[in-house]
Ligand binder design. Sequence first.
Ligand SMILES: NC(=O)c1ccc[n+]([C@@H]2O[C@H](COP(=O)([O-])OP(=O)(O)OC[C@H]3O[C@@H](n4cnc5c(N)ncnc54)[C@H](O)[C@@H]3O)[C@@H](O)[C@H]2O)c1
Length: 251
Amino acid sequence: MSIQKRVALVTGASRGIGRAIALGLAARGYDLVLNDIAAQQTVLAETATEARRHGGRVLSLHADVSNKAQVQAMVAEAVAQMGSIHAVVNNAGILRASDVESCPEEYWDSVMDINAKGTFLVVQAVLPLMKAQRYGRICNISSIGGKHGAPEQAHYSASKAAVMGFTRVLAQEVGPFGITANCICPGIILTDMGRVNLDDPSISNAWKAKTAMARIGDPEDVAGPVAFFCSDDSAFVTGQTLNVDGGIVLS
Ligand SMILES: NC(=O)c1ccc[n+]([C@@H]2O[C@H](COP(=O)([O-])OP(=O)(O)OC[C@H]3O[C@@H](n4cnc5c(N)ncnc54)[C@H](O)[C@@H]3O)[C@@H](O)[C@H]2O)c1
């Protein structure tokens, strides 16, 4: 199977880190299935147009990753139109800041539903296909926030820790089928979501000071490590969590 024939599904692909991952995979020769919610239709179409400049096939599909019926329909449509899915990047996610004491139950539920359950639902939908073809690359976008976190992000931290635990067990279940499952933990990355941490210059400067690289990350900083986990270069790497944070969490 040549790399040109590989198909990657990227969720939450219209903007930010998902967009950079999609364009990074397109540049490396992947055909793409780009997902986002229907409200992102225009932005997703722009990302798809940019990805097509690399010459591969690009299919855009709207689905809420926390909705099982929509996820199942998306994966079925992707396989019908693209022939297969070889790599999945579970990138879709939300952050709704609140301290624990006043956190509305709805914040907890929506953050867990999209970040944690959404990852599970997409993986569950692609596994029969990946097992049958005895090949798959699953890359789940967690966060360094799932390791130590920050105030007002306890529910977010819980959802990202869930993704890491899920991935470690998934790797053990699917390894014998030639499928790898790994996590990327971005640090502070300048996106619409990342601005929560960055709009206030004093907070932004404090984050910069915490990185070994002395800078905030760009979405493109995440694309290369994700491409590694989607490629055959990582064929014997599974159940791992890689910090892509410019050196905030050192291990
Ligand atoms: N930006 C950071 O500093 C940072 C740090 C660590 C981890 N992350 C993680 O990286 C991922 C991407 O974050 P980002 O910064 O690019 O955020 P973003 O808000 O810019 O992009 C998130 C994308 O996910 C989509 N999305 C949201 N809910 C969805 C759903 N139910 N179904 C499908 N798509 C949905 C959004 O529409 C959006 O396009 C997230 O999982 C986030 O938690 C981000």
